[in-house]
Design a protein around this ligand. Structure first.
Ligand code: PRT
Ligand code: MG
Length: 213
C-alpha cells in the first residue's frame, strides 16, 4: 500500500487530474466527506487529507510515503529528511514582500509580519537587512494597515488581495509551485511502486508544460 498526503483545497483540486493520469481517483470527495483517509480506484493507493503545513511532517516520519506540498511550505519546513524529486507545476504563485502603496523605503531595522518566519529571516539576512520578524497565522495584509509591521512576506497570485488592502508587491523571494515529496525509507523499500508513479507523474507534468508553452 502507498499512502499519499495531500492538503484539502487548491492543491487537492489541481492534483486530481495528475493523480487520475496514474489511475488514482479518490472514492470520496473531501469537500463533502469528513473522512481523512480516502480510498482510491487503485487498491494499492490511499490518500490522507491533512493541513498543507503538515504534509512534510507526515512524509518525513513515514506516516505517508509520498506527499504533495507547496514550495513555500517546504522552504519553511527546511528539512533534509525527505526527497523532492518532482515539480508538479500546480498551485503556482510567488512569495513576495509587500508594503503599503507609495510607502517610502524605511531606514534601519524594519518589522516584517509573515507566517513564513524562517524563509523571511533567511531572505533579509541574505540582503543584509536588519529585521524583526513577527509570526502571524493569517491575514498578514492587515499588519501594515494597523501599524503592526512595515512590510509583509506572503504569497501573491493575481495581486488582488494586496490591492484590496492598499498594498503593493515589492520583491520576489521565490517562485512557488507544488512539489512531490517522498519519504526516504519508502523510496528504498517501495522503490518499484514509487518509481512507476514518479514516471507517470513526470510524463504528465511535462505534457502539461508543453501544452502551456
Ligand atoms: O487554508 P489552510 O489554513 O488549511 O492552509 P493553507 O492556507 O496553507 O492552504 P491553501 O489550500 O490555502 O494553500 C495551500 C498552498 O497553495 C500554499 O502553500 C501555496 O503553495 C499554494 N498557493 C498557490 C496559494 C496561493 N496560490 C495563494 N494565492 N496559497 C495561498 N494563496 C493566498 C495568499 O496567501 C493570499 O492570501 O491567496 C491570496 C493571494 O492571492 P491573490 O490572487 O489575491 O494574489
Ligand atoms: Mg488557506
Amino acid at each position: 500500500m502507498l499512502t499519499i498526503a495531500v492538503s484539502k483545497g487548491r492543491i487537492y483540486e489541481e492534483a486530481l487530474p495528475l493523480l487520475a493520469s496514474a489511475g488514482i481517483r479518490p472514492v470520496d470527495d473531501p469537500k463533502t466527506s469528513r473522512k481523512l483517509i480516502l480510498s482510491t480506484t487503485r487498491e494499492d493507493i490511499q490518500l490522507v487529507i491533512i493541513r498543507a503545513t503538515d504534509v512534510p511532517t507526515f512524509v518525513e516520519y513515514g506516516a505517508a510515503d509520498l506527499g504533495i506540498a507547496g514550495k513555500d511550505v517546504l522552504l519553511e519546513y527546511n528539512s533534509k529528511g525527505l526527497y523532492e524529486p518532482l515539480d508538479l507545476g500546480i498551485s503556482r504563485c510567488r512569495l513576495m514582500t509587500a508594503v503599503p502603496v507609495g510607502q517610502q523605503p524605511v531606514e534601519g531595522r524594519i518589522r516584517v509580519a509573515t507566517k513564513y518566519v524562517r524563509t523571511a529571516k533567511d531572505y533579509f539576512a541574505r540582503k543584509g537587512r536588519q529585521v524583526e520578524v513577527i509570526k502571524l497565522y493569517g491575514s498578514m495584509e492587515l499588519a501594515p494597515l494597523v501599524g503592526l509591521a512595515d512590510c509583509i512576506v506572503d504569497l501573491v497570485d493575481t495581486g488582488n488581495t494586496l490591492k484590496a488592502n492598499g498594498l503593493e508587491p515589492v520583491d520576489l523571494i521565490e517562485d512557488i509551485s507544488s512539489r512531490l515529496v517522498v519519504n526516504k525509507a519508502a523510496m528504498k523499500m517501495k522503490h518499484a511502486a514509487i518509481d512507476e508513479l514518479l514516471q507517470i507523474l513526470e510524463r504528465e507534468t511535462k505534457n502539461n508544460r508543453s501544452l502551456e508553452a
